[in-house]
Design a protein around this ligand. Structure first.
Ligand code: 13P
Ligand code: SF4
Length: 303
C-alpha cells in the first residue's frame, strides 16, 4: 500500500511534467483503471486520442490500440507500459492474406475491426469497433463486404445487413472460450440474472444474450436496467466500471477464464516507468499511417 501511494504520487508529478494523459481500456487491471484520466472501450479511446490536447498519450490497452492512437494523433508521443501486450486476434490477419482475398473479390469493400495492425488498416476502406460495427457496415457504398478478422462479430453483424459479408476466420481467444454450457450452468445458478454478452463470443453464446453489445454498451445497459443481477459475458476487467456505475447490483462473470492475458500485462509500476523513460514509444511509418488514418477517420464520422 505504501509503495502504491508513492507510485501514484510519482505518477501525478510525471503526468504534469510531460503534459501526459493516461487512457485505459475497460479490460485493464483495477490499479490501471484507477489512475486513468479516461476509461473506455476501443471506440471511445480512439475518439479521445484523436481529440486530446495533451502532448503525451500513455495508452493502457493492447498494441493495436496504441497504434491507432498514434495514427489519429501523429504529432503526439504515444507510449505504452509494455510492448508485449499484443492482441492474438489482430495477429490472425496480415496484409498478404487480406490482399489475396481482395483479389478474389475485387468489387468488395473492406471493413476491418479496429483490432488489426496499422498495415492491415492501410489496406482497409473503413474501420469499425464493436460499438459501431452495424452502422459502419451499412454505411459502406457496396453490396459486398470483406470483413476482417473477427468471425464471431462478423456473424453477428451480418444479421443486421442485407449486404453479402465475406468473413475472415479470426477470433478472440478470450471471448471465444465461453460456451453455451458455461452460460446455462450460470443461468441455473442465478435464475434472476440477465445475461449480457459481447459479440466477440461465439454465435450460439451470443444468441443466449438478454443484451448484446460492446463493453461500453454493456456497462450502460446494466446501469440503466431495472434488473439487479447480471451474468457477464465479456472480459473480467469490465467489473471495475460495472461496480463503479452500479454499486447496488450484482455481477457474475460467466467463467473465471474471461481474462485477456495481454490486457493484464500492464500495471501501475510499468506506467510510471514508461513515463520516466518515455519508452516503449509507438512508431508507425508515415506512408502506412497516412493510409490507415483514412479508414479510422471514416469510422469516426459514421453516426
Ligand atoms: P470493445 O472495446 O469494442 O468492447 O472490444 C473489446 C475488445 O476485445 C477489445 O480488445
Ligand atoms: Fe484481443 Fe480479445 Fe484481448 Fe481484446 S480481449 S485484446 S480482442 S485477445
Amino acid at each position: 500500500a505504501e509503495q502504491n501511494r508513492e507510485l501514484k504520487e510519482r505518477l501525478l508529478q510525471l503526468k504534469k511534467e510531460r503534459n501526459a494523459i493516461i487512457l485505459a481500456h475497460y479490460y485493464q487491471r483495477d490499479e490501471v483503471q484507477e489512475v486513468a484520466d479516461f476509461r473506455g472501450d476501443s471506440f471511445l479511446l480512439a475518439q479521445k486520442a484523436a481529440q486530446t490536447d495533451a502532448d503525451v498519450i500513455v495508452f493502457c490497452g493492447v498494441h493495436f490500440m496504441g497504434e491507432s492512437a498514434k495514427i489519429l494523433a501523429p504529432n503526439k508521443t504515444v507510449i505504452i507500459p509494455d510492448e508485449r501486450a499484443g492482441c492474438p486476434m489482430a495477429d490472425m490477419v496480415n496484409v498478404e492474406g487480406l490482399r489475396a482475398l481482395k483479389r478474389k473479390h475485387p468489387k468488395a469493400k473492406v471493413v476491418a475491426y479496429i483490432n488489426t495492425s496499422a498495415d492491415v488498416k492501410s489496406e482497409t476502406d473503413i474501420c469499425c469497433t464493436s460499438a459501431n460495427a452495424i452502422n459502419v457496415i451499412n454505411s459502406v457504398d457496396s453490396d459486398e463486404i470483406i470483413w476482417v478478422p473477427d468471425k464471431n462479430l462478423g456473424d453477428y453483424v451480418s444479421k443486421f445487413t442485407s449486404k453479402k459479408v465475406i468473413i475472415w476466420e479470426g477470433y478472440c481467444n478470450t471471448h471465444d472460450m465461453l460456451t453455451v454450457k458455461d452460460v446455462e450452468e450460470m443461468k441455473a445458478q442465478y435464475p434472476n440474472a440477465q445475461f449480457v454478452v459481447h459479440p466477440e463470443c461465439r454465435p450460439e453464446v451470443v444468441k443466449l444474450g438478454d443484451f448484446v453489445g460492446s463493453t461500453t454498451a454493456i456497462i450502460k445497459y446494466c446501469k440503466e436496467s431495472d434488473c439487479k443481477e447480471f451474468i457477464v459475458g465479456t472480459e473480467d476487467g469490465t467489473g471495475y466500471q460495472l461496480r463503479l456505475d452500479s454499486p447496488d447490483k450484482q455481477f457474475h462473470f460467466a467463467t473465471k477464464y474471461l481474462v485477456c492475458p495481454n490486457m493484464k500485462v500492464n500495471n501501475l509500476k510499468k506506467i510510471v516507468k514508461c513515463l520516466e523513460t518515455m519508452q516503449p514509444e509507438i512508431y508507425v511509418p508515415e506512408d502506412v499511417a497516412d493510409k490507415a488514418r483514412l479508414s479510422l477517420e471514416r469510422m469516426l464520422q459514421v453516426k
